[in-house]
Design a protein around this ligand. Sequence first.
Ligand code: LLP
Length: 421
Amino acid sequence: MDHFLYRNGVLHAEDVPVAEIAVAVGTPFYVYSTATLLRHFTLFDDALDGMDHLVCYAMKAASNQAILKTLAQAGAGMDVVSGGEYARAKAAGVPGDKIVFSGVGKTAEEIRTALTGGIRQFNVESEPEMEVLNRVAGEVGVVAPITIRVNPDVDAKTHAKISTGKSENKFGIPIARAREVYAMAGAMDHIEVIGIDVHIGSQLTDLTPFELAYQKVAELTVQLREDGHDIRRLDLGGGLGIPYARSNEAPPLPTDYGAMVKRTVGHLGCEVEIEPGRLIAGNAGLMVSEVIYVKSGEGRDFLILDGAMNDLIRPAMYEAHHDIVPVVEPAPGTEQAPYDIVGPVCESGDTFAKQRMMPPLVAGDLVAFRSAGAYGAVMSSEYNTRPLIPEVLVNGDQYAVIRARPTFDEMINRDTIPEWL
Ligand code: LLP
């Protein structure tokens, strides 16, 4: 459920008409709903009720300071994957002991920053990373709390580009070698083993792969405890999918997920962490764009929008589906026709949807891409020297620009001219 509904025939973000924001900030733009962000966070938090747990929002999904602050104030921890994300989390007021550092290629510098600024734990992904962590922790004069990310060799049955739990993927340590690598960690002076981490992929629409992975983690917990490790925290990753096509998709609910977590690892007495990104932010954001032209092609019509692949790359990159709806609700019974919905960028990959049924639209009409809150703004670029589009946060009847559109001069002035030119 989200808070983007038609009221009196006009799409609203909570209590604010989307068209009003378009007039104020121009198109295209992203708009997020505070109530939806909080609702999704609370759903997860409540689903793990009864277990010692922390929901660490995977901020790679949407990392605007205002979004982080909204979630942090509700009690969320953060899952970060870079020095930049760590700095963002700290800037939003998240204490170090609520920040988890994930990622397959943490640099010594990133590790040092996190050790100095405070960290809940590192999710270590390889032996060489562990050696660097041990060395840097020694230099800083601290002991680094770690889990080791294990690769359970489970097929997440999601898009290949966002599947991470198969043995051929670059992530984690093969679960078969886990005991050996934990033994190595246990012998290091500046590392303290506290738990196990697993994350098998993103946009999972079935609980079975999670359940298989968590069962393997539960077995490993028992083995590692036998080996003398004090396994007391399990980081179960993120990955629960969302309905992108409202008409035909029903991924599992956070409550089903929570029940499965309790079923698989609840008996171990561990503190549990989860790292949802998409499920918190995905349906809490729209991208709003204006129709520039309606063009008749050979056997097909195109809706040419002012938003493009640089603003929302998911359709081009993952063949992802986003529902695209008119901001003014069509009258009941309005006939629809197929359109290819495209942006102005000079490549055919700049296509949001092919032969999508839409009501009649004309230049100047607004459309909204649903489910664009996660991996939308954060993956945007300035390709074609198109400015990063603004982000707006709504809260009830108020809204605020939380990232402004840069001017052309601001963009150009980021370049510097060498003295020989
Ligand atoms: N934890 C780790 C270690 C991750 O790598 C990820 C996502 C998450 C948590 C959060 O997963 P989520 O709950 O959002 O599924 N750009 C792609 C998604 C990439 C996901 C990468 N890792 C997309 O637009 O679909």
